[in-house]
Design a protein around this ligand. Sequence first.
Ligand SMILES: Nc1ncnc2c1ncn2[C@@H]1O[C@H](COP(=O)(O)OP(=O)(O)OP(=O)(O)O)[C@@H](O)[C@H]1O
Ligand SMILES: [Mg+2]
Length: 383
Amino acid sequence: MKSPFKFGQVVEGEYFTDRAKDIKRLVANFENNINTVLLSPRRWGKSSLVHKAIKTTLKRNKNFRACYIDLFQIRDEKEFYGKLATGVIKSTSTKFEDWVRTAGQFLKTLTPNISFGIDPQADFKISFDFTDKDKTYGEILNLPEKIAKKKKIKIIIAIDEFQNLSNFKNPLLFQKRLRSAWQYHYNTVYCLFGSKRHMLTEIFENKSMPFYKFGDVIYLSKIEQKYLVKFIIRKFEKTSKHINGKYANEIVALMKRHPYYVQQLAYIVWSNTGKTVDQKTLDNSVNDLLDRNSILYEKEIDELSNTQVNFLKALVDGIDNGFSSQDILKKYNLGASSNVIKIKRVLLKKEIIDISGGQIEILDPAFELWLRKRYFAAGGIKL
Ligand SMILES: Nc1ncnc2c1ncn2[C@@H]1O[C@H](COP(=O)(O)OP(=O)(O)OP(=O)(O)O)[C@@H](O)[C@H]1O
Ligand SMILES: [Mg+2]
């Protein structure tokens, strides 16, 4: 039987739940030409949300087009310009013959290298020989706006994994180039998103950076408990299996409303269930989940210092903001409170913890469970 749960890829349609408010806000931003920055830890549903919001916008507005670029696969600035030009041209002309014509018409000072593969529709690509003059970058960066004006359309440009620009040779110069072109775009709207929150926060909230106050900054939250519970129950019923509210709630609570992990644990429970979920199946499934991840978690722990692990132990024990108390520092062998500041900084950078509203949280709920049920339970730490 086909799994009713999906994790690890962009989800849509019946695999997607909640997010009504975020979709509304994103669609309104697109329609009103307000640039958006969307941030969240890994696997909370950014890509899925942006896809859904774009789809909704395109459905409501016949004059909108969208171009989606994933920086994950892009290694340098030059490659970015090639992908941008290809994406913009492909999304604004319907026919393949038009793509070539549009490329020639709008890219005047540059000679684009256009290549086709076996399947021209899928393999159409544009790249450029750069002369390293500002004019060159400008021409490509202004391409969407020029096409939008000429064709009387609006273009949404969504750039995923935006934090990857840090791998470019000169990230700051790149940001300056983007910003100086984009600030004059009135028919193209940008949506930039990614994880690495501390890094992206620096890009978008530091006054001296080019992207300071670039647009509406959204910190995505997790999905609400009630929607996830309903989602799980519905999925079981659809495949003629049954889970009662208590266990559905337990799955969501154990995974702390983390969208990816809720779908993963629900999947394991579903595949371990014949007809109806019982406590034993749920417990075994949690163990399966931890087994699947344990090698990864052991590696993660190996890379941490003793005091960093001690700090995680305190978090697992429920201490989430009491790190100024001498008793706690002593009990968990954390050293001076200045040391705690350092520990937090490292764990934030490694994306092991997140701090919001003063509360500290271990980001990966299955890792936290593994620490509690296995690592610390087996005396993994010497206090
Ligand atoms: N709205 C949603 N409803 C149900 N499940 C969701 C939703 N959004 C995300 N998920 C779950 O989380 C997983 C990750 O989603 P997605 O890839 O959109 O997140 P992301 O934040 O872009 O992740 P990454 O940081 O890896 O890019 C999905 O495969 C799915 O299991
Ligand atoms: Mg993503």
